[in-house]
Design a protein around this ligand. Sequence first.
Ligand code: VG1
Ligand code: CO
Length: 543
Amino acid sequence: MTIKTVATRPFEGQKPGTSGLRKKVSVFQQPHYLENFVQSIFDALGGIAGKTLVLGGDGRYHNREAVQIILKMAAANGAARVLVGQGGLLSTPAVSAVIRKYGTSGGIVLSASHNPGGPDGDFGIKYNIDNGGPAPEKVTEAIYARSLQISEYRIIDAPDVDIDVIGDSTLAGMQVAVIDPVSDYAELMASLFDFAAIRAWFAAGHTACFDAMHAISGPYAIRLLEQTLGAPRGTVINGTPLPDFGGGHPDPNPAYATELIDRMSAADAPDFGGASDGDADRNMIVGRNLVVSPSDSLAILAANATLVPAYAGGLKGVARSMPTSCAVDAVAKQLGIAAYETPTGWKFFGNLLDAGKVTLCGEESYGTGSDHVREKDGLWAVLCWLNLLAATGKTVNRIVEEHWARFGRHFYSRHDFEGIATERADALMAALRGKLATLPGQTLHGLRVVSADDFAYTDPIDGSVSTKQGVRVVFDGGSRVVYRLSGTGTEGATLRVYLERYQPDSAQHGVPTQQALLDLIAISRELADIAGHTGLTEPTVVT
Ligand code: VG1
Ligand code: CO
């Protein structure tokens, strides 16, 4: 087998966004495109000679081809060993778990997460460091810088590796270990939760529906829920991963997980509903006719964490991304623990988790997780909720309502305006930033602005600074409107508008969310002149 050194030229725009490099499949299919980025990762790490890496993806279109290319490049770059999920599959949280369990140098995740797949869909690649979490900004910046300089990459000329049979083989001196994608993760879950109590809950006749949305969580959910915890067969729906996710949009929210939402509003609805995204790191929790807001879910898990064996000793602290509602802050205050506010994206939680400052973290975008791995974890959240249901004997709805009664309700919604021309979106944000200084003290639709800024974050552990992380406008009583541009899309720009209102009065907790937020919605549209800048008078997706 010969090592080839291939001459190449930089591609523009190989800049990782909120979570890795995401582009259309056709972009990744260009000769040298993936290779350039992979070599840039290896170079930015100072080489991978003698190192062990983990490799797997969510099974979307182009996953298998990319796995073969990366294995051959890792071998040519002198890696000692690569642990690859059977079939090239590993969920994002499973990659994190495997990196940590085997103490590898890091890993590569192939996924564009909740973005649609298939030949016309999206593909993505992300590097995770040795703590199991997404590379921090200083690493992603080094990878990007390298991608602009690259002139050659290394790959071996060899037949494809058989990635479908579990076991070890060698590739030009590098060991390839094909591992079961589910086992290590399943073993970790069993160590965290009261499986006996959840098993008894199902045995008593309780029912659940988990929508894997034809994505990678299917095999994990079937193994854990149906084969380990005794949930009836058929509890997991859309459980076979497909390269195009069945043509769907694998994002577990009320707009896209409609099959689950329909089931949970039927007369014979199961007791519990859950769903996960393309790479299985997101989760949606659903009760009967009730979607639990992700921000509330984080707060509820924090308030009840000691019912779960792994967290019985209490929480060290909690963290949420800035646009996530302040519901978890209210819980932290009552528990007397610290609450951190970070920029959007899981990479910002890594240092806090590593330093033992926080145990639970969450994002409004249907992401929840803990210090068991360094990624958000969809099935973990589902198991947390099942553990709570089993331990308390309560329904999802009752747990949520009791939480609001105790802490007050943070009404919350995100309005996305998609497909905006990038220059227009940038102009909108620039105009908004230009206004910030004049806002405090102004009254808009009867609400007084108490502060307005562009969120900047100084990491309390390593002091690194991240600026321009979203514009936030805070009103009397803690209501907020937050604006930022998405960093995961592949076409034009997406403006995200996050809306939040705190309501302490229990008599008002049953008001429909969009109604409770009406004045904030009006303010958000006017303040940023969304229609003027984008031509859009209504959001394209509301969650
Ligand atoms: C979105 C979410 C963010 C999440 C990120 C990755 O980013 O808002 O909270 O961390 O996706 O999630 P953005 O920049 O588009 O708003 V995933 O499941 O796509 O890895
Ligand atoms: Co995801």
